[in-house]
Design a binder for this molecule. Sequence first.
Ligand code: PEP
Length: 252
Amino acid sequence: MRVPLIAGNWKMNSTVSEARELVSKMLRELDEIDGVDKVICPPFISLAAVYGLIKGSSIKLGAQNLYFTERGAYTGEISPLMVADLCEFVIIGHSERRQYFNETDEIVNKKVPAALKVGLKPILCIGERLEENEAGLTEKVVTSQLRSALAGIAYINGIIIAYEPVWAIGTGKAATSKQANQTISLIRRNISQLYDKEIAQNLRILYGGSVTADNATEFMQQSEIDGALVGGASLKADQFLSIVKQTSEVVK
Ligand code: PEP
């Protein structure tokens, strides 16, 4: 039985005081929702403040990125050890990092084991761009990104995969739940081939891309979808709470 997971990716939004305010608005209610792993991923600069607020609650903390080296002369970067000090999760390979910061499959393939080594649970993001989708290349692109990201990694305990079609991120144009379910099923088949059936069955695979309080239940009702990576809607306390509550209802 896979426990669903809802992760809020705040992206580059919120100052430290805004982060405190947003967490305070949803803390009590979010804490009480059971049957779902609830993860919030604020910007690096707010992690410590948010950590202080959610400590002792059932809410978990995630970072949005990391660098793959443990320490050294890499001005401006944040190491896996530093992230692991405060966080349980870390988003890796988000399409915005691939698109705007030249994050390649090779870099993603260095970040995943670096995160696993220090006990972090990576939320590995993969997904096709619009032109790839329209050219019928979704399966090819997703398979290639997945296999590149995991190349040479023998143990993937704790990893979570987020299928995020790039054209659905921040556009208000979500994939259909059926499309998402199909692609996630393909991802699970690949994991079964790369590792084994049991690992594939236990692996949580999320859908991400314009998930809101209006469509959350539909996604969560799909057999292969184990939760969501939520961007825009995670910045509104009532929306995020509603998505988590709907997920909890579906698993009951
Ligand atoms: C995301 O940032 O991963 C995301 C899915 O964003 P949104 O929910 O806004 O589409």
